[in-house]
Design a binder for this molecule. Structure first.
Ligand code: ADP
Length: 483
């Protein structure tokens, strides 16, 4: 990334409150490149006082922002879309530097992230509403939607741009103002997006950002503040549950995008080339560090050997290394993540799984983990319960649909699923029978700004993107009129 772009971020003053970039009350923290373990930048470390100041600014700005004409809000979002495209290379380089993903994945993320600004720029001007009468006929009912209020947004490190824009765009389109806490691993991209929003014309106080190493302190402060009316969180189920408990105290409107444990199903009549291509995307985008990542492979016994051979060859051919080398797979986010994945894989091997295929990993200080295909994984194994969040693909075989569906749905998670089958109707029937909010049918990617992203069971509450994404930041109100 160009040093000038990073300098212009002025991350040491990365707390954005009421249009002013300031130092953090807790000093500075380091952001590390997981591929090299070098410090990329020092970022302002916001504390509880910064968190409160951000809410104050957001609350003050809400009074006018909610009344700004939808067209005007829309055009700001549309400009933000254009600016992200103008800066696509710089933003991708920032993502590479702090997250480690490959340059191709990083560019893909920037384009995907920008799309939320365009989508919600378009939705902002289609407010909708209703007009009706009561059954007895004596009234008229006018239904409108209003912004829920100041929204607290908390985002993870795996998609540093997209997880921020997927929340900011609908919030602003709805007329909400926001306070955002990006993950401490990857605050730089969020700061860059916030700068672009300011450049796009977002008024002071509408978007506030508090990078912080005290995630719990900032979140607690926000959820305890009467002025905060909404929390939108993407991250682990564990933290989502903590936030829901805090939200319960004040009955705060909550949207949760939590963990996944996506099954990837291959039937006996599936096009295996398509299945392998889909598996490579579903498993290895972002190095497997996605909540939608295929986590459990269920391949029909008749084609399992062939599938594992072809998939394994593709996995062995993957290049692993820092994004600067053009590698396809970057590092995991931390040494802790590598140790945890090592432990889970070792346990699976102990239980009878076989390391069938493995890519090569460079000898570096980075947090690399070799892309791995595990064959002969037994149904019910611990590894199938675990959200791997890394480039490991455990393969289980099956024979009949009922047995398959029992295994697939035997999890508390229900975010994404993938089905590859020769006959579309069979694929759709299987898809409908899987307890997941999103099912990729003969494709390995479900993320799409125009589709409602979200999960069932412990994978979350609410939806992002699509029409539904806007509704998450709105309250319904009706006026009942004597007639
Ligand atoms: P991940 O496993 O992806 O890091 P986390 O749920 O730990 O998922 O993190 C997602 C986001 O939640 C990050 O912004 C992180 O800083 C924040 N976070 C972590 N712990 C807490 C907490 N106790 N309260 C509120 N936010 C938290």
């Amino acid at each position: 990334m160009s040093a000038a772009y990073l300098d212009a971020l002025d991350a040491g003053r990365g707390v954005l409150v009421g249009g002013e970039w300031r130092r953090g009350g807790a000093g500075l923290f380091d952001v590390e490149d997981p591929a090299t373990r070098e410090v990329v930048a020092q970022v302002a470390d916001g504390d509880r006082a910064d968190a409160t100041a951000a809410v104050e600014a957001a609350d003050a700005a809400f009074a006018s922002w909610r009344h700004v004409a939808p067209r005007e809000r829309s055009e700001i979002l549309r400009r933000a879309f254009d600016l992200m495209h103008r800066d696509v290379d710089e933003l991708a380089a920032l993502i590479c530097a702090e997250n480690g993903k490959s340059l191709t994945d990083a560019k893909g993320e920037v384009v995907y992230a920008a799309e939320f600004f365009r989508w919600f720029a378009e939705e902002a001007v289609r407010p909708g509403g209703d007009y009706g009468s009561s059954p007895a006929g004596g009234t008229r009912t006018v239904v409108t939607h209003r912004p829920v209020g100041v929204a607290a947004l908390i985002t993870p490190w795996n998609f540093p741009a997209a997880m921020a824009t997927r929340k900011i765009a609908p919030a602003l389109a709805a007329g909400c103002t926001v306070v955002l806490k990006p993950a401490a691993e990857t605050p730089l991209t969020a700061l860059a997006v916030a700068r672009l929003l300011v450049e796009a014309g977002v008024p002071e106080g509408v978007v506030n950002v508090v990078p912080s190493t005290d995630a719990a302190g900032v979140a607690e402060t926000w959820l305890a503040d009467r002025r905060v009316r909404k929390v939108s969180f993407t991250g682990s189920t564990r933290v989502g549950s903590i936030l829901l408990k805090q939200a319960a105290d004040r009955i705060v409107n909550a949207s949760m995008e939590l963990g996944g444990n996506a099954p990837f199903v291959v039937t006996e009549d599936a096009d295996l080339d398509a299945a392998v291509a889909g598996a490579m995307i579903a498993k290895f985008r972002g190095g497997g560090q996605a909540c939608t990542a295929a986590n459990r492979f269920f391949v029909h016994a008749d084609v399992a050997e062939e599938f594992v051979a072809r998939f394994g060859a593709a996995v062995e051919a993957l290049t692993v290394g820092p994004s600067s080398t053009g590698a396809e797979i970057g590092p995991l986010i931390s040494g802790k993540a590598v140790a945890e994945l090592d432990r889970v894989v070792a346990e699976a091997v102990e239980a009878g799984a076989r390391v069938a295929h493995r890519a090569e990993v460079p000898e570096t200080k980075g947090y690399f983990y070799a892309p791995t295909v595990l064959a002969d994984v037994q149904p019910g194994s611990a590894i199938l319960e675990h959200e791997l969040f890394g480039p490991v693909a455990p393969v289980v075989t099956w024979r009949d649909d009922a047995e398959l569906l029992a295994m697939v749905n035997d999890t508390e998670m229900g975010l994404a699923a993938y089905v590859f089958a020769g006959e579309l109707q069979r694929a759709m029937k299987l898809g409908e029978a899987i307890d997941a909010g999103m099912v990729g049918v003969n494709r390995g990617l479900v993320s799409d700004p125009s589709a409602p992203f979200g999960g069932l069971k412990q994978s979350g509450l609410g939806r992002e993107g699509a029409r539904e994404g806007l509704a998450e930041f709105q309250e319904t109100q009706y006026l009942s009129i004597a007639w």
